[in-house]
Design a protein around this ligand. Structure first.
Ligand SMILES: O=C(O)CCC(=O)C(=O)O
Ligand SMILES: [Fe+2]
Length: 298
């Protein structure tokens, strides 16, 4: 079963309906050509100066990854604002819940925030990633009252094909519980023209694919996440970096300058997703890399 592709003229209802059913959908012309070309010309030169990933479990060894995209290109803004993406995030994430304040039943509606911005450039010879759910960063459980925590997009900067590592997706896997392991033969490749976007849920199993061609597959992923998946008090803005540096190591880590398995809280430096505590280790990058956790089964 291939993923459904909708034209850019599709309504929000159609996009939501297909995602409800399959866990993901491809939208053609997700960004216009000037935006796609701008993303490519702003980011390719930066990527070209980065090394490859350093682990064959997740990040790959023939893949270049760049984060902090709002710093590197103004065209990333168009992705975060794209209408189908936002409509899907509104539908799946901005779900009202009630709480009680004494006798008063009060409705709360979460907002969304950008969780990840990452350019992913898969070079020839890269193998496929293990199939995974990106909401694993919070150990999200399924079904969590049917709630989703993340709506994500992969924008094709180059064409995505079955041969060049087009994102593998298991349709319908957003409905699976946590005891079912994903199998490679259940996954279908995302085949889409450059400028298109694959929108999928944090609970949908997917993976970067194997690039068997001689050119790179360049995509940009942006996530919209539940805004409350963060610290209640915003220590990042309450203390300056100098004030944080003056704190003892254990307190610094406690207020957020530490990543959590698997891969939550990273900062990209030199193309590697790093545990942020390296920032305070005498300016040394160190070997700090986020960890996916320990493998229990082969
Ligand atoms: O590059 C891709 O197609 C997917 C990458 C991915 O799923 C990830 O790095 O979490
Ligand atoms: Fe992923």
């Amino acid at each position: 079963m291939a993923l459904t592709t909708l034209p850019a003229s599709a309504g929000a209802d159609e996009v939501v309906e297909v995602i409800e059913r399959d866990g993901g959908v491809i939208v053609e012309d997700f960004v216009d050509e000037p935006t796609r070309a701008g993303l490519e010309s702003d980011l390719r030169p930066i990527l070209a100066n980065l090394g490859f990933g350093q682990d064959d479990y997740f990040s790959g060894t023939k893949t270049r990854r760049l984060g902090a995209l709002f710093k590197h290109t103004r065209h990333a803004q168009a992705i975060a604002r794209q209408q189908h993406f936002r409509a899907a995030a509104d539908h799946f994430l901005c779900v009202p819940e009630h709480i009680f304040l004494g006798p008063d039943r009060v409705t709360t509606v979460p907002t969304v925030q950008v969780g990840v911005t990452q350019a992913i450039d898969i070079h020839p010879g890269e193998g496929s990633q293990p199939l995974h759910r990106d909401d694993s960063v919070w150990q999200w459980r399924h079904p969590e009252g049917g709630r989703q925590a993340r709506v994500q997009v992969m924008v094709a900067v180059t064409d995505f094909t079955a041969d060049n590592g087009g994102t593998l997706v298991i349709p319908g896997s957003h409905k699976w519980d946590d005891d079912r392991a994903p199998r490679q033969e259940e996954a279908v490749p995302t085949e889409m023209k450059r400028g298109s976007g694959l929108i999928w849920l944090g609970g949908t199993y997917h993976a970067g694919g194997n690039n068997r061609t001689d050119t790179s597959r360049f995509g940009i992923t942006v996530t919209l996440d539940l805004s409350y998946l963060r610290q209640e008090e915003n220590h990042y803005l309450s203390l300056t970096l100098d004030e944080v540096a003056a704190l003892p190591d254990d307190i610094r880590r406690l207020i957020g300058y530490q990543a959590s398995e698997p891969t939550c809280g990273w900062i990209e430096r030199d193309g590697i997703m790093r545990d942020p505590h390296f920032l305070f280790e005498d300016g040394e990058l160190g070997a700090a890399q986020v960890s996916m956790g320990r493998r229990e089964t082969a």
